[in-house]
Design a protein around this ligand. Structure first.
Ligand SMILES: Nc1ncnc2c1ncn2[C@@H]1O[C@H](COP(=O)(O)OP(=O)(O)O)[C@@H](O)[C@H]1O
Ligand SMILES: [Mg+2]
Length: 257
């Protein structure tokens, strides 16, 4: 079967620095796949290339068999790849609901021209976006705070809100850059529940995460990178017992139970 996502020998150089080095990997359909590795290993850069924020210096990226290497971010989002960010990117002076609606605007942006000539169409579109945003806010459990300004929300709520916004695009593949970072244990448990719910609805998840309890408990497959290059790939069991991974990354931080 064609993979949901395939990175084929991708390299990214920033000046003289090789951030991602000849990385090849596949995320299979309906898999939960984690990308782990030390800070600076190139994980966020890899995600940014998948989303078209950067284009690789060399190599190719395929989404469901289609070459997306040189597409732009909104084209890639439209094809069905959603994302959340390592550093939360929400609009502080907009409400939670409005922020989620923005996620859907990205989907309809290119269709706005007819709406400009037809203001009634625009209003209908706004209404549809609003209903959809309300549905996803409820789905992630934030209905209570939907009218709060984002600047007044606790960090944990913002992390969850980003997921609701990403869902507005109806992504088949969801990329999450350190989704559980900064969450306390109970928020983290709720977040994992949310991810499992999203997965159970047929979505494929590809996430970067440092919390090894989260990674080892939810992942089907794990890819490990160090200095931009892949050093291991396998099931949680295989990764936990891989000497090179323990040396480069896991060390004393995660003990095999
Ligand atoms: N836009 C950029 N310009 C220059 N260097 C960058 C840029 N983005 C990332 N880097 C560098 O690339 C390397 C990988 O960074 P990053 O992908 O953020 O790592 P990770 O997410 O694994 O912590 C780091 O050395 C980082 O400083
Ligand atoms: Mg990062």
């Amino acid at each position: 079967m064609t993979a949901m996502l395939e990175l084929r020998n991708i390299t990214k150089q920033f000046g003289g620095l090789t951030a991602v080095n000849d990385l090849s990997m596949k995320v299979e359909v309906h898999e939960i796949h984690a990308l782990i590795g030390p800070n600076g290993a190139g994980k966020t850069t890899a995600t940014n290339m998948i989303e078209g924020v950067y284009h690789p210096t060399s190599g190719q990226i395929f989404f469901k068999g289609q070459d997306i290497t040189n597409l732009r971010t909104h084209e890639i989002a439209r094809l069905g790849i959603g994302r959340t960010f390592q550093n939360i990117k929400l609009y502080d002076t907009m409400t939670a609901l409005e922020n989620v609606m923005v996620g859907g605007h990205q989907l309809t942006k290119l269709d706005l021209f007819p709406s400009i000539i037809n203001p009634k169409g625009l209003m209908e579109e706004e209404k549809m976006l609003k209903e959809k945003a309300e549905m996803f806010i409820e789905y992630v459990g934030l209905s209570d705070i939907k009218d709060e300004y984002v600047k007044n929300l606790p960090y944990g709520n913002k992390k969850v809100l980003e997921v609701a916004r990403a869902l507005m695009m109806d992504p088949e593949l969801l990329l999450l850059d350190e989704p559980a970072a900064g969450l306390n244990p109970s928020e983290r448990a709720e977040f994992v529940d949310l991810l499992m719910r999203i997965h159970s609805e047929g979505k494929t998840l590809f996430f970067i995460e440092h919390n090894m309890d989260v990674v080892m408990n939810v992942s089907h497959q794990i890819t490990v990178v160090n200095f931009g290059a892949k050093i291991a790939e396998g099931t949680p069991q295989q990764i936990q017992t891989n000497p090179e991974v323990i040396k480069a990354y896991l060390g004393e931080r995660y003990k095999v139970k």
